[in-house]
Design a binder for this molecule. Sequence first.
Ligand SMILES: Cc1cc2nc3c(=O)[nH]c(=O)nc-3n(C[C@H](O)[C@H](O)[C@H](O)COP(=O)(O)OP(=O)(O)OC[C@H]3O[C@@H](n4cnc5c(N)ncnc54)[C@H](O)[C@@H]3O)c2cc1C
Length: 407
Amino acid sequence: MSSENPISDDALREEVRAWLAEHWSPEQAQALEGKQLLWGATGELKNWLGKVVEARWAVPTWPVEWFGRGSSAVQAKIIAREFAAVRAPGAGQDRSSMWANTLLARGTEALKAELLGPILKSEVNMCLLYSEPNAGSDLAGIRTRADRKGDHFVVNGQKVWTSGAANADYGMLIARTDWDVPKHSGISFFFLPMKQPGIEVRPLRQITDESHFNEVFITDAIVPADNLLGDVNTGWKVLQTALAYERSILGDAARGARSGAKESLKEEVLIALAREAGVLENPELRQDIAQAIAYKKLNALNNARVKADLQQGTTSPAMSLGKLAMSRILHEEARVRTAILGAQSLFEGSDHPRAEDANFLTFNAYFTSIGGGTDQIQRNIIGERVLGLPKEPEIDTAIPFRDVRKG
Ligand SMILES: Cc1cc2nc3c(=O)[nH]c(=O)nc-3n(C[C@H](O)[C@H](O)[C@H](O)COP(=O)(O)OP(=O)(O)OC[C@H]3O[C@@H](n4cnc5c(N)ncnc54)[C@H](O)[C@@H]3O)c2cc1C
């Protein structure tokens, strides 16, 4: 089970297959399809995730004391493939959960003991309390404050665009803990309990007619000092760890159409749609479809490169390319779908599912090109960290944050 007691790839494959054969059925696959909510899980799914975590399939590369097996990345992939083959969720969270990975990397032992299990089992819901009305792209400009009072901190401020805040039990919060040092040096990173009187969540309505993000008003909310990740004032570093996980996830996967979310991004879908609409022979559309498919292939190869880097223990700046590429793919996919449908895309409602999907994808493409850092910011990162271009001028990084001009 551990790296001291290695198991061959074949033996591992047999073990996971036997476990799935005993615990999982095609009926469950059908019953749980679509039950994975964007910001939480249903009761049946939680039940299943609990079994996966206890059997140590959820995060096999993690240490044995934290639900893992000390497996190699290659063996983790074998496990994830076996789960995917029978459409069983829950494996591969050592790659896909930014909450769990950030907590494992930077949390106190007490916080890990309290929350790692519940996060992996989806027993608690999480949100990201980063953006503020005047600090989105420049996260180092945040003004929400956390002041130490004995064994806890008192938090005051406002966050915005907080996905999933309405259902969240904890938020990964960045707050200013020192106003007399330059802006990157006075930030701390916390797991803030959301269900307490000092936190008011107000939903925002999106262009897709959903309300998955919110404004969060924080007034004298309490966070225990044990819920600090990293040391006081080193939150910027912790944030970089968390953002790297977020970018790699957003670059690797994307949310698709409301109906058949995953299928919407498969390359055959555009071809099938064009065939159904009788326009597959149109040379211009054929070019567009080929281009959209080529982008996806290219992005998949780039993501494979990032994963290979990660497996060798190096973080790859190419992660930013993945997120930027995914944003372009989603816009392109939506554009080509609309072109295939032509005037039909003007319809809406359940009688016109194809048009509904195309329009939803058009609006939803902005999710990836703004959320988790905008395309422009990704380009800056790629320019500076991948291409080695000069940094953009920064006038406020060396002065105490208290003296930075506001507004
Ligand atoms: C669907 C969705 C979900 C989100 N979920 C969350 C969440 O859960 N938690 C959370 O904290 N936040 C969340 N956000 C917020 C998101 O991270 C911010 O919207 C994003 O970082 C941009 O910040 P801003 O909106 O303040 O825009 P601004 O920073 O005001 O930027 C405005 C425009 O200026 C450009 N710009 C700014 N600075 C530069 C620069 N230096 N160089 C070039 N261009 C620049 C930007 O790219 C953008 O086009 C979410 C956003 C979306 C769309």
